[in-house]
Design a protein around this ligand. Structure first.
Ligand code: 5CA
Ligand code: ZN
Length: 412
């Protein structure tokens, strides 16, 4: 699929500490250790509705990862998918008497516009499951041939499942116990009740065609893939057998990223698939997780249509820590608009207080598990000083503008 575009990323003089991130699998904040090229896969949207602030917060967190790596001199190979064939998409299309292909294309186009307006750096590969169908079925066939997958004993629909005993380490990513896995699998698209599976949590890899459902021809028979294996195939074929960061919201910890890791490891023999599994906190509205199925949504596109500056949306979301579950409040936007105005005023003065120390603090806080609230506070302090006492450093406002653009993605 077509990715979105971005403005050139300015380079900031000096350097900061290497990026450390919290990793779900080990439960620790650990240094990331990319080579010259950092490799990141972030799960994309299921395009049956517009981008809400929960999605935006998650993509902004990984945008900071991208920016901090680039600021440290790494190239970043970034891949993101679009789940453009899945149950929720088909259900919504049916409800609205829409074509599922058209619905997916429309919402994906809107997502690209939202990401561009928020100045999220684009992935180099933006790949829909439908366009990756043959590589996905090839991976399923490989898992089946190696014994990591099996056909369920159902004469009508001999669907293919992944055997969760196929890798010794299964469960290491989430660390969840069996009961929790079963519960979450039922809540998040799995079918632990289905008879004939080796283990109730085993995940679907290939669903044989049902009457009236879209399906594709493959060596496995006419059908369509399960959700996790789509992301695994798209990631393995573009990033290789080991990546630096696997990203998404915390609702993807299990089953999605646990099975994604297990599919990849069963196929390549390389453990761990990701050196860091990173999960953003959930954004809630009125006390409940913002979700398409609950309908309690604030859309980025709606805010844009109302004339809200996307830079203020960005700052409002970055005012909270990426890993904390938090509530969206209108005051967050008001505060962010005030902050943006104060930064813009200060950063466009003829001179200001020296900014090198502020830039170092900005870099240091972001490198420390993306501590954006502290990073914003460092810029606040400089802006306050600049507005109240001015200062004589004529280079300082431009340095702040460059650093805030490169590291926080905000044009002042
Ligand atoms: N297509 C799959 C991933 S392969 C999917 O989860 N799509 S999604 O549209 O439901 O979500 C896209 C991303 O936004 C995921 O990383 C998900 O974890 C994240 N997300 C969804 N709801 C929220 C929320 N309320 N707060 C924060 N992140 C969220
Ligand atoms: Zn995914």
């Amino acid at each position: 699929m077509q990715t979105w575009s971005s403005t050139p990323l300015p380079s900031v003089p000096g350097s900061g500490p290497p990026l450390r991130l919290f990793d779900t699998a080990t439960g620790e904040i650990r240094p990331t250790t990319p080579g010259a090229t950092a490799r990141m896969y972030v799960c994309g949207i299921t395009p049956y509705d517009a981008t809400h602030l929960g999605h935006a917060a998650t993509y902004l967190a990984f945008d900071l990862v991208n920016r901090v790596w680039r600021d440290s001199g790494h190239d970043v190979l970034y891949v993101q998918n679009v789940t453009d064939i899945d149950e929720p998409l088909l259900e919504r299309a049916q409800r609205d008497q829409d074509d599922w292909v058209v619905l997916g294309m429309r919402e994906t186009a809107l997502f690209r516009e939202d990401m561009e307006s928020l100045r999220v750096l684009p992935p180099q590969h933006y790949i829909g499951a439908v366009e990756a169908m043959s590589e996905i079925s090839e991976l399923v066939a490989k898992l089946l041939a190696s014994g990591a997958a099996y056909r369920i004993d159902d004469p009508e629909y001999p669907d293919v499942y992944f055997d969760s005993a196929a890798t010794r380490e299964f469960g290491y990513e989430s660390g969840y116990d069996e009961q929790t896995m079963r519960t979450l699998s039922a809540e998040r698209g799995g079918d632990p009740q289905r008879p004939g599976k080796r283990n109730p949590v085993d995940a679907l890899l290939w669903r044989m065609a049902r009457e009236g459902e879209p399906s594709w021809d493959s060596e496995l028979g006419q059908g369509r893939p399960g959700w996790h294996v789509e992301c695994t195939a798209i990631a393995l074929n573009r990033l290789g057998s080991q990546i630096d960061v696997q990203g998404g919201g915390s609702d993807l910890i299990f089953p999605h990223h646990e099975f994604g890791a297990a599919h990849a490891e069963a196929s390549t023999g390389v453990h761990p698939f990701a050196r860091h599994y990173c999960h953003a906190g959930m954004i809630a509205l009125d006390g409940e997780k913002m979700s398409k199925s609950k309908g309690n949504l604030v859309f980025v596109s709606k805010l844009r249509a109302d004339g809200v500056d996307p830079a203020a949306v960005r700052l409002a979301l970055l005012a909270g820590h990426w890993r904390s579950d938090r509530s969206w409040e209108t005051e967050l936007l008001r505060d962010a608009e005030a902050r943006l105005a104060s930064w813009r005023e200060a950063a466009n003065l003829d001179a200001g207080p020296p900014a090198e120390d502020t830039v170092l603090r900005l870099r240091t806080h972001l490198a420390d598990d993306l501590d954006s609230p502290k990073a914003l506070a460092a810029v606040d302090a400089w802006a306050r000083e600049a507005r109240e006492r001015r200062g004589r450093d004529e280079q300082a406002p431009a340095l702040i503008r460059t650093a805030v653009d490169a590291l926080l993605g905000v044009a002042l």
